[in-house]
Design a protein around this ligand. Sequence first.
Ligand code: FMN
Length: 369
Amino acid sequence: MLATDYLGLDLKNPLIIAAGPWNRDGKALKESIAAGAGAVVTESIVSDTLLDVRPRIACDERGAQNIRLYSDIQIEGWEREIEIAKSEGGVVIASIFAHTPSELAYMASKLEKFGADAIELSVSNPMAESLEILASHADTIFDMTQAVVQAVRIPVIVKLTQNTTNISKVAKAAKAAGASGVSAINTVRGILGIDLETAKPTLSTYGGISGDYIRPLGLASVATILQTVDVPVSGIGGISRGNHALEYIMLGASTVQVGTAVMLSGKEIIPVILGEMTDWLKEHGFRNIGQIRGQALKNMKSFDEMRFEPAVSTVTGVACKENCSRCINGCMYGAISRRSGTVNVDRQKCMGCGLCTSICPAGKLSLGL
Ligand SMILES: Cc1cc2nc3c(=O)[nH]c(=O)nc-3n(C[C@H](O)[C@H](O)[C@H](O)COP(=O)(O)O)c2cc1C
């Protein structure tokens, strides 16, 4: 039901465990595979391992901020790690980062020899200014991708970021350079919060925000890329439930990647997400995941098309005696009030913005003509 062909690789399901310290070595990758992941991505491997700063990860109930910097295992060490990761099967994607096309090509060909099934170029880390500029620089991404594509026979994926003015332009450059696919998105540059008592930010420099915070950004990036470039996309950002993964796939993603949810809930979350995906498909009468892929992309309109929506629409369907008042408080046009304990909409005042239909916890309001 979940089996997926991804860039010519046979995945038992489209759930890939994203690059990050939860996949820091062969043992951790093997655990992700054993928990049921369709594929796993290594923490990004670099030509020079750097010392990590401390502390480097913080979280709250909606996600995380990290300033973690790449794998602490030298590239030569990854021969053994990939062997351990694949000792009982599984698909391993090696994530790499370097500053020049030739370094990247050298690393990619080594990792192919070590047994990696694909390469993911992580050119979208939001931590350092120079890297942020790199992520927007379509020409450089083209050169880097082309060098790697020419150095290996396995598929090459380019990991993109939302921290760019035009993600489609970068995706087009990656495809033109021969990438088999792109993945989107990496973490988004941000500050998790400020401690008012000490006047200190949660972490003392900008970091990458992940988790729930970025799911809407990831969804939009996947849709934007797929509307403009014909390239397989792996959707990333804020997936912690089966329905989140299905949202990305409905927008056209070939696969999805999960990071923060594994970091915060452990690898036990992998079978939970897969179970929720399968249950939803079964309950809705689908036989395989391909049947829902891209269905929501068809329903995405451009803003210009939206102008031709009905010019007049008002909220209807209210017979609510609940005491919550969220719709009344949220209505900016003063159209909703309570009379004799029942919520009423004044259709003369209602401007049809639709906010109350999503604010109502009981789903009692709907927009109609
Ligand atoms: C602690 C941490 C470390 C990460 N390390 C890497 C990395 O080495 N390479 C990379 O491409 N992305 C890295 N990422 C980004 C994730 O792979 C993923 O793109 C991002 O976290 C969004 O997905 P999520 O919301 O499911 O976490 C890291 C994310 C976190 C939270």
